[in-house]
Design a protein around this ligand. Sequence first.
Ligand code: GLC
Ligand code: CA
Length: 558
Amino acid sequence: MAITRKWWHDKVAYQIYPKSFRDTNGDGMGDLRGIISKLDYLKNLGIDIIWISPIYRSPFVDQGYDISDYYAIDPSFGTMEEFDELLTEAKKRDMHIVMDLVINHCSDQHEWFQKALKDPYGEYGEYFYFRKGVNGQPPSNTRAYFGGSTWEPVAGYEDLYYFHAYAVQQPDLNWENPKVLQELYTMINWWLEKGLAGFRIDAIINIQKDLDFPSYAPDGADGLASVVRMVESVNGVGEKLQDLKKNTFAKYDAFTVGEVFNMKREELEAFVGENGHFSTMFDFSANCLSDGPGGWYRNKTIAFDDFRRTVFQSQMECLDIGFLANIIENHDEPRGSSRFLPEHAQNEMGMKMLGTVSMLLRGLPFLYQGQEIGMTNCPMNSVEEYNDINTISEYRLALEAGLSEEEALEACYRFSRDNARTPMQWDDSSNAGFTSGTPWLKVNPNYTSVNVALQEKQEDSILNFYRKLIALRKSEEFRELFTYGDFHPVLEEETEILAYCRSLGQKKVMVIANFGKESAVISDDFFGDCRCLLTNDTVRISENRLTLAPAQVVVLTK
Ligand code: GLC
Ligand code: CA
């Protein structure tokens, strides 16, 4: 496949959740100074692109994904001068900063919405979706992502509502209004002018509405139907996204990664092909395997077979089209080790295996903060210890469905977004070296044994393993192969082995991981006189027989 080379193709990215990364002024919340102070750490890990979750001014109802001023840094993170300093310091180290772009909705505290509330039938009312009720009921029966109706009554007006796909405090912006688009494009270009490398684009598939706002057959006891039903039933988002790209990103050769769920498979090329809406988008297909029929408490454990099949399928589908962004976890997901590894492999060795399997796939690897040291889900003693708006609503949902408090808490332990949001564990001093004050969210009690400082000292730590893994991916010898090389599954007849081959010209690399509980012995001509590039254990090859311990991964070449 002929691909036009792009500056970002061979890069490794890292997501920072700024509120939990590093606090430098003792207020218990991470800040820009904290990020600047850790740039060398990230450089040393091999990171090129840093995506920072929202740092714009926000009331933090949804942790900054509710923006009240797109042109300002929230004071809890620091100042615009500090942000500029971050850009300069990153550039010095040949690193690229990518910000979150939250433009499906803004905060109800945004000036636009405040003006709209005062005069819903005036100019700013057109910035949002205000609708009349139907027969004394909200305009339709869709359920917001965080629970409850997508329609919120407007105070002081009879029978008038506004639409929000997420929280009540996150009104959706009207993408049918050219004025809104102009405001957004101007804002995006303003940031790109500053020297941003690009954006991670939040919740973007939701911008296309069915302007009739129909009702759907209820799918829950609340009589509502998930707003996903509407998102999946509409066409035309592509035109909006092309227009967005043409007026902003394209002019700067910016890197964009879309947060896209519910895309139609046949649209893959339109999204990430040569002239796609985005540079790349996250592959969430494996994460979605846990989705139950509604509510975290009905979520499923992922079977290895499904995991392997899904990963391979995504890889194969995108092979001749473009690049996906591969993740194990992010700020909306539980820690990946608890989700994708069988219980017996939920340990250091397993985490190294999972990291290897994910990072050497075709596509852009994104690490999430703490993944490189093996941070895990955090046990909470009660629902009060959670902060996340979505977790609270999922907890309630579980109780309403008749689960006990203990069971509801267990569902949160498995799937809460706060699992990934607990403070980064830097060392074994109090609060894991994250803050000298009181952390905004509980620190995972395992910080005394899982932290950066400790792993710096251990040669075989997860952190040092990730360093080797990234170095291998970016090595002179294999960079081309891992970036542009072919992908194909191998050893599929082995029921507990995940193995694939990457190849380019004469060069060939095989990644083989044992997800099984027992040692595995595999025969293949490839093993004959091969060379091991990386493993999390000792290599055992005799003639053409390879023996893998449980949770062992090997990366071989010939
Ligand atoms: C995205 C974000 C998530 C946020 C939501 C609403 O899914 O990743 O954290 O809650 O959008 O902005
Ligand atoms: Ca701080």
